[in-house]
Write a protein that binds this ligand. Structure first.
Ligand code: F0G
Length: 408
């Protein structure tokens, strides 16, 4: 029903081939036989499944991994709301803005959508252990899904650069968690080497099955909008797995007649970790790698692994790549948090990017914009309390009254 193809040399591999990348070094892509239905009939099939609940990933099984069937390792995941917040729209200067709240997935980030597919695949091919390098969310998600499937998990993360909530999750779910004295890019290189030498199944987003699951962020968004696409989808960009997944989802949705027009993609990087934005400004003439530094630790990535397929995604959707400063990210986070929605710093890059693109006139007034909030507000509690520790008082009314008179 499905097979894998190398995006670089076009060599094909079976659906259950366990290699992480092609022998030529190219990344693999999963292809599926076209479903029997298309257009309105396929929309109707997906819509009927939505009304009966279940996973917001496996609802789209024909486009994700049709042969998984009952073997799917699912919590379930997805079914995240498209939130309307006047306060956030106003902050961003947009008339029509919706926030896709991916932080409401089982482990608090969009990673669960890719991980349900990746761990399902690991179990199907008889993997004995799974591994990933991570800035934290992939680790938390993999740890949970591996535990669910009864598979041992190895997590390697950059020491001192992972938000507390994510590290705590990874440990709680029982993954062997190692702090590496290096950055995320060094962690990824290490785990890729370990995959070959130690026979671990790699669950970073270079794993093409992860991409299949993450496509459903876009598919579910389109479905929630009655298959009437917005003009823009704005997404934070680090290792570029999501950007690649969104491009693939939109290509397939158009090919299958689910939509007649694709939204434009806007990938947003933090200014201190923006090699992809730099390549974009140069017309993608070449790939860059930087030493990354940003307050948004989730996207503190200097040499994104999915560069090539993300370039395809931006080109095919007439998309753009923007960068925003840490100050803009924190201001956007403040707006999202204060609206009662909340998100982690990296997620706020999408809202900050939407505002900047609107100000620059790239997003035109009146255009409909969906911004992806990739992770939950509780992922990074330390940043919330930085300089904002609540005041401590005695249990007396006078103390309470005095405190209320002070500036918060
Ligand atoms: N937002 C959050 C909250 C993330 O955790 C990540 C990536 C991204 C955005 C960027 O997505 O890498 O597909 O471009 N986190 C990875 C991790 C790298 O290890 O958890 P991307």
């Amino acid at each position: 029903m499905s097979w894998q193809v190398c995006a670089a040399c076009l060599r094909e591999f079976s659906e259950t081939d366990a290699r992480a990348v092609c022998a030529c070094g190219g990344l693999l892509e999963v292809r599926h036989r076209a479903p029997q239905a298309s257009g309105p009939a396929l929309r109707a099939l997906f819509d009927a499944r939505r009304s009966s609940g279940g996973s917001g990933v496996w609802r789209f099984a024909e486009l994700v991994l049709p042969s998984a069937g009952a073997a799917a390792v699912s919590r379930p995941e997805g079914n995240t709301p498209l939130v309307e917040s006047r306060a956030v729209s106003g902050w961003a200067g947009l008339e029509w803005l919706r926030l896709k709240e991916e932080g409401l997935n089982p482990t608090g980030s969009f990673k669960d959508r890719g991980m349900t597919v990746g761990v399902t695949q690991a179990a199907r091919i008889g993997a004995t252990a799974v591994a990933c390098a991570s800035t934290g969310n992939t680790a938390a998600s993999m740890a949970a899904y591996a535990a669910h499937a009864g598979l041992p998990a190895l997590v390697v993360v950059p020491a001192g650069q992972v938000a507390l909530g994510k590290l705590a999750q990874s440990i709680a779910y029982g993954a062997r968690t190692l702090l590496v004295r290096g950055d995320f890019d060094a962690c990824l290189a290490l785990v890729r080497e370990a995959e070959q030498r130690l026979g671990l199944y790699l669950l970073n987003s270079i794993n093409p099955f992860r991409i299949e699951g993450q496509k459903t962020i876009v598919l579910e968004t389109l479905q929630q909008l009655g298959w009437e696409p917005p003009e823009w989808i704005v997404v934070p960009a680090g290792n570029l797995g999501n950007t690649a997944a969104f491009g693939k989802a939109l290509r397939e949705a158009r090919d299958l007649g689910l939509i007649s027009r694709a939204p434009r993609l806007a990938a947003v990087q933090a200014a201190g970790a923006a090699p992809f934005a730099r390549s974009f400004r140069e017309g993608f003439a070449r790939r860059h790698a930087v030493k990354a530094d940003t307050v948004a630790t989730a996207i503190r990535i200097g040499d994104p692994a999915s560069y090539e397929r993300a370039v395809v995604a931006i080109r095919e959707t007439n998309g753009v790549v923007a960068e925003v400063t840490d100050a803009e990210i924190l201001e956007a986070k403040g707006a999202v948090d204060a609206a009662g929605v909340g998100c982690e710093p990296a997620s706020a890059a999408s809202v900050a990017g939407a505002r900047r693109l609107a100000r620059e006139g790239v997003i035109a007034p009146g255009q409909r914009v969906v911004a992806i909030l990739t992770g939950h507000v509780l992922k990074d509690p330390e940043i919330l309390l930085r300089g904002r520790q609540p005041r401590e008082i005695e249990p007396r009314l006078a103390a309470l009254e005095a405190a209320l008179k002070e500036k918060s």
